[in-house]
Write a protein that binds this ligand. Structure first.
Ligand SMILES: Nc1ncnc2c1ncn2[C@@H]1O[C@H](COP(=O)(O)OP(=O)(O)OP(=O)(O)O)[C@@H](O)[C@H]1O
Length: 236
């Protein structure tokens, strides 16, 4: 579903993403892990066309993000919950996105219910939202177009235990229904509970990739020891 080939991104002397190749099949959840500055966010931004690669390519269903017509109907993206327009209400921001995407406005109520934002909350300005509420609104935007792919940067950040529980079951049933999820997280326990595949980055390079169970069970008792061993030389 997502085919990343020899992808690199340089910012001057900094190599944020260094020659990464990775195939992500449909119907799976892949968790990107890595120390601070490993290149997780840059890789997600490259896949969804927000940053141009220095070399290489990232294709979604055979196309670069920029070539997908009405991309919100194919790829749902939530990269920065704080970037949402603070002057609009949650409902207004979703209604505008629905209009731009050509999605019926009845879908706004559906996604608000899906992400657990109440009617009252949806009528408040986003500027007054807590981080968890912004995170839920970001997810509502991502799923608004009923896409086949979700790309989420730190989606559990700011969610309370109920929110994390909800996110886990939502993404599981999304993937079980054939959807493809790419997410990054610092929360090893969250990724452990969620991801079918792990991709571990260190200083822009792909250090390990594969099914969660075969990576961890083969060489370490749990994900934390596996991660710490693998990334020890790459931490800051
Ligand atoms: N726009 C930019 N200009 C210059 N350097 C950048 C830019 N974006 C990212 N970088 C650099 O690229 C490297 C990778 O950053 P990135 O944000 O992708 O890492 P990350 O794994 O998401 O980190 P974190 O876990 O801290 O969020 C870092 O050295 C960062 O400073």
């Amino acid at each position: 579903m997502i085919d990343i080939q020899q992808l690199s991104k340089h910012y001057g002397d900094v190599i944020a993403v260094d020659d990464i190749s990775l195939y992500i099949p449909a119907g799976t959840i892949t968790g990107f892990l890595g120390p601070n500055g490993a290149g997780k966010s840059t890789l997600l931004r490259l896949v969804c066309g927000l940053t141009r690669p220095t070399t290489g390519s990232a294709l979604i269903g055979g196309l670069p993000y920029s070539a997908i017509g009405n991309p919100g109907r194919t790829v749902g993206v939530s990269l920065d919950a704080s970037a949402l327009h603070s002057g609009r209400t949650g409902r207004e921001s979703l209604a505008l996105a629905a209009l731009l995407m050509g999605v019926g406005t009845d879908r706004v109520d559906t996604v608000l219910e899906t992400v657990g934002l109440s009617r009252g909350e949806s009528r408040r300005r986003v500027g007054s939202y807590s981080l968890g509420m912004r995170q839920r609104l970001g997810l509502a935007h991502a799923v608004l177009g009923d896409p086949r792919v979700l790309i989420l940067d730190e989606p559990a950040n700011g969610l309370d235990p109920h929110g994390i529980h909800w996110l886990r079951s939502f993404l599981r049933s999304y993937a079980d229904g054939g959807g493809t999820v790419l997410l990054s997280s610092h929360l090893l326990a969250e990724v452990d509970a969620l991801a079918d595949y792990l991709a571990i980055l260190g200083r822009g390079r792909l250090l390990a990739h594969g099914p969660r169970d075969s990576l961890v069970q083969d060489s370490a008792p749990d994900l934390e020891s596996y991660f710490l061993n693998l990334t020890g030389d790459f931490s800051r």
